[in-house]
Write a protein that binds this ligand. Structure first.
Ligand code: HEC
Length: 107
């Protein structure tokens, strides 16, 4: 958990960077928990696909089901099984909901 705390601290510092307009920032528990996911899955979950699947357009239910399966070792994975284990079921639910409600890209 020490590592998660470091990641969260780093995200907090980045989010609070004075170079960003204060009006753009809305920090919530779910947004903090989800920021590390976007490093791999692209901004708002819009990676271009294999080997890192895009999360865009998936429902909260689909995302939560995948995350739980990774956590329990029921779905084969290179990375996600280890990542999902770092979160409580409740956190995974919050993360799934947060990703499913991300704005769709406009271009
Ligand atoms: C280090 C890169 C990395 C990070 C960070 C990461 N992922 Fe993943 N994710 C992957 C890879 C790679 C896969 C493909 C499965 C595998 O091999 O682990 C994947 C697969 C997934 C899938 C399955 C999607 C599908 O359509 O099959 C979901 C859902 C997912 N990740 C959610 C998340 C969430 C939520 C987080 C943050 C808690 C996260 N990922 C963080 C790399 C990452």
């Amino acid at each position: 958990m020490k590592h998660s705390a470091l990641v969260l601290s780093a995200c907090l510092m980045l989010s609070l960077s004075p170079t960003q307009a204060a009006d753009d920032i809305k920090i919530t528990r779910e947004s903090l928990l989800t920021q590390p996911c976007f490093a791999c899955h692209g901004a708002h979950g819009t990676s271009v696909g294999a080997p890192i699947p895009s999360l865009l357009g998936q429902t909260e239910e689909q995302l939560y089901t995948s995350l739980l399966a990774f956590k329990k070792g029921e779905r084969p994975a290179t990375l996600m099984n280890r990542i999902a284990k770092g979160y409580s079921d409740e956190d995974l639910k919050l993360i799934a909901k947060y990703i499913a409600t991300q704005p769709k890209p406009t271009n």
